[in-house]
Design a protein around this ligand. Structure first.
Ligand code: NDP
Ligand code: MN
Length: 400
């Protein structure tokens, strides 16, 4: 067995009402913050005003940038970074879901490097699909996050996922300096997610850890996080989808999200994330994890059919932790059971929709297949079976 385990230092402050810790956390790292949010939810719910008052109480002033849209673009990051530079902020707070936290990370990179002669465009720091890119160093401004979805795990990963509107490429990228210094997970904020957002973001948690588990390479230090998170999703996601005020289920989904971020930092996602980024890169109106759900079963069938015994065993583990079987007696049967269990989970949270229903057109399939390899090659390589372009096109077709 050989593996590399590396987790940068970061602190998670978890609990109802813990938003009030943002002032103290920020004051240890700077005196003027850029608060990055989406268009409206945190302002409407009153949490933004609360956060600003907690900052002020500790002597930290703040500027607000509220232009993040779901599946965020490099253009929005550049605009936010321009504001951060003009206002000379010394830390960045991402206050929202994955889209917002990822944008905040990008802003912290540009605003930290530009004064030292680095590029003012985040795309220059993205390595995917290119020969060269600018280095992401410790010049990156300190990043704090307050996660409002459960989720992407972005509060405990060094990754950011951004779409380049010129090419529709949506790569993930990241380096240790982009790891948030402190992240606040406050279930009172998470409680405000409506049922469809709860389901969609919860399915992203499942996607990360199930891909981490089947991903190529040995990740013995990620596997326990991944398996526990799958167990939590199976038990608590249907519950919190039906009753958003079920606070035990809310909290356990937030724990699962945090486990998934840790697991994702050690291990890697695979073909499902590679192919989905192509979908929401071309169709930004498709919610990331709804895209994941739509392509899940065709990819599982492809991997189970073409994979080796180790792959079938890993899928069998998913069936076991989801409670579909007690133990793996027959690898092939166990893997088949995982298909049934995951299909039932997707149905239970009303995410059983084909790509066509989401507005994806068959004519985009060749472009999406090309983008899968061009911008998400790393995740394709981590898939237990390496597909060719034709395989990917067939999977997209089956998912329509
Ligand atoms: P988003 O951040 O895109 O948020 C979706 C919507 O939910 C927004 O309209 C937002 O409104 C609203 N919202 C967020 N929180 C709440 C709340 N508590 N109550 C009510 N409404 C709320 O969703 P995700 O968290 O799913 O992020 C998806 C993005 O993250 C994708 O781009 C995906 O590719 C990326 N991702 C990143 C990963 C990483 O490691 N960095 C891993 C996996 C995915 P408003 O805008 O008004 O605030
Ligand atoms: Mn994801």
């Amino acid at each position: 067995m050989e593996f590399v385990h590396s987790l940068p230092e970061s602190k998670v402050i978890f609990g109802a009402g813990k938003l009030d810790q943002i002032g103290v956390a920020a004051s240890k790292r700077g005196s003027k913050a850029l608060i990055v949010t989406g268009k409206s939810s945190m302002e409407k719910l009153g949490f933004l005003e609360k956060a600003r008052s907690y900052l002020e109480r500790e002597g930290v002033s703040s500027i607000h940038f509220n232009e993040v849209t779901p599946n965020p673009t490099t253009k929005t990051v550049d605009k936010g970074a321009k504001l951060a530079l003009e206002e000379d902020v010394d830390l960045v707070i991402g206050f929202g879901g994955g889209s917002t936290m990822d944008t905040a990370k990008g802003i912290a990179v540009v605003a930290g490097h530009a004064p030292e002669g680095g590029s003012k465009n985040i795309w220059d720091y993205v390595s995917a699909g290119k020969e060269e890119s600018e280095e992401i160093t410790e010049a990156t401004l300190p990043i704090l996050t307050i996660t409002t979805t459960s989720g992407t795990g972005s509060h405990v990963t060094p990754y950011s996922v951004l779409t380049n509107p010129e090419t529709n490429g949506k790569p993930g990228f990241g380096d240790a300096p982009m790891f948030p210094d402190v992240s606040i997970v406050d279930p009172e904020i998470l409680r405000e997610m409506p049922p469809d957002l709860t389901a969609i973001t919860g399915y992203d948690v499942y996607s990360h850890v199930s891909e981490n588990l089947i991903s190529k390479g040995d990740h013995p230090t990620a596997d326990p996080y991944a398996k526990e998170a799958i167990k939590f999703v199976g038990k608590y996601l249907p519950r919190v989808y039906k009753d958003g005020d079920d606070m035990e289920a809310r909290e356990m989904m937030a724990v699962a999200d945090t486990y998934a971020g840790i697991s994702n930092t050690i291990s890697s996602t695979a073909l499902r994330h590679a192919m989905e980024h192509a979908v929401s890169g071309f169709y930004p109106e498709v919610a990331h994890a709804q895209g994941l759900a739509s392509i899940t079963l065709p990819i599982m069938r492809y991997n189970i059919k073409n994979g080796d015994s180790k792959v079938r065993r890993r899928y069998g583990e998913i069936a076991r932790v989801l409670g579909a079987i007690d133990e793996i007696k027959d690898e092939k049967m166990a893997a088949e059971k995982s298909l049934e269990a995951v299909e039932a989970l997707i149905k239970e949270i009303d995410m059983d929709k084909g790509l066509g229903e989401l507005g994806v057109e068959s004519s985009s399939i060749p472009d999406m297949a090309e983008s899968t390899f061009k911008y998400m090659e790393g995740d394709v390589e981590h898939n237990p079976v390496y597909p060719d372009k034709e395989d990917v096109e067939k999977i997209f077709e089956e998912a329509m």
